[in-house]
Design a protein around this ligand. Sequence first.
Ligand code: MG
Length: 300
Amino acid sequence: MSFFEAIDPVFESYVMGNAPVKQLATGFDWVEGPVWFGDAGCLLFSDIPNNRIMRWAPGSGVSTYRTPSNYANGHTRDREGRLISCEHGARRVTRTELDGSITVIADSYQGKRLNSPNDVVVKSDGTIWFSDPHYGIMTNYEGFKSEQELPCYVYKVNPTSGSIEAVATDFACPNGLTFSPDESKLYIADTGKMFDANAERHIRVFDVGIGGVLSGGAVFHTISPGCADGFRADSDGNIWSSAADGVHCINPSGVLLGKILTPELVSNVCFGGRAKHQLFITATTSVYTVVLNREGVQHP
Ligand code: MG
């Protein structure tokens, strides 16, 4: 069986035909939020329903990095290498300092509690951008069922001043997000309201103006099958997105070029490895990896 499906012939040059999609670890309930620590040589990822963040490293395998994790979901690193995390349970975004202490980046907007921060990216100016859908407070599976106080917005936080601004307010439920390599565009998924059979399943693209002001917002690509829970860009601006049948590679014009096929439904991806050419894939109960002939945008 092939691990890849080319839709456009160019995709053949993006993958190595003899590189396997390998399972690194399994036995989890719903994995999410992969983030690569090149300096530490390890991957962190969330096992959300089990309220823990796991660590995987070549040679030593899987261990528990943090539990309880406040039902953490998406992660990234800021430009100083610190872990930035979305926590469903505590309804906040945090930064883990280099000494291990935890700083709250955002937990409210206009005096109301956030819903359940889901995914996060950091811009080169240090601002932290995150989505705040309601998934983590609708049931007790991935957090604590509770009242929704705010609509489902995307926010930008200045971690120096603490100011928080709603930058995208017309989503049903924003989810994954990532900047283009030059940060001129921001891609944000809409995965729709929980339990909505007609839920949105597309990625929208915004122009990022001076001061981080967003404009545009047209539909960039509709994922099928599945949805764009999480995605990351490679250095040419291709988007590598979660889908139900694997990882879909979408070019900057919004055209599906090809797929990495996985045995389980994918939630998210990140680039890493020694040359930023290795894709780590969180997929339902397991984490997979594959080496690509691409380099990801990965900071630091
Ligand atoms: Mg997500």
